[in-house]
Design a protein. Sequence first.
Length: 250
Amino acid sequence: MLKELIDKFYLEREKEKKKKEKERVRFFISEAGKCPRMIFFRFKKAPAEEIEPERLRIFEEGEIIQQRILRLLFSLGIVRATEVQIPPQELVAGRADAIISFTDKTFSDLGIDLKEKIEPGIPYVLEIKSVSGKINLKKLPLPDHINQLQLYLHFFKIKKGILLYLNKDTQKITEFIFEYDKNLVEKILNWFLKLKEKIEADLVPIRLPDWPDNWQCQNCEFFEICKIAGEREISWEKLKKEIEKGEILS
Ligand code: SF4
């Protein structure tokens, strides 16, 4: 009864959002290091399976958690800006959750004896992530999140950043501080450039080597067409014909 109503609301809202999506010309920073084939399909607006309402609510919860933490940090007076867009350029687009900074009294005034070394006065990029209790904490920080943070540091020309994780089930917070890593950023930007070439050449990239076990495959809205494409690189035109033959999705 109510379940159906609520689920319908989420599904319709998602459909509307997708309808309004413009033609993709840039990557999102959050896509750095993700499955290239999945990103290719997103650019081409390939037939996608419907995202379950449960997952849509999980995404929404992540945003609510982020807002909660930012409100709290605002009240401590350490937030300089939120939802900060990177300077416009051709390859990627994205916005960092916040830029924060500390004074030399931020911690001492609250009687906190810090173990980490914090540089007062300089800006830090802050990225907030919510994770489920099922995640193995030893796996944190996740490589995708490090990539994302490093790109923000690069585009904002900021030396340091913080990845803050909140476990949704235990409410435990874990954080990691990073310095700007020029070599890693160069690798990520090259990775994007190579993928851009494939998109422009209409070549569907190879699938992930650990398909279908990779966590990205488990939640992938393109799983069915990825299966049809097979493991190797394939031309997008050819795949579209295969999809039509199999009458999969619309
Ligand atoms: S199913 Fe896996 S390999 Fe295929 S597009 Fe999705 S994430 Fe990539």
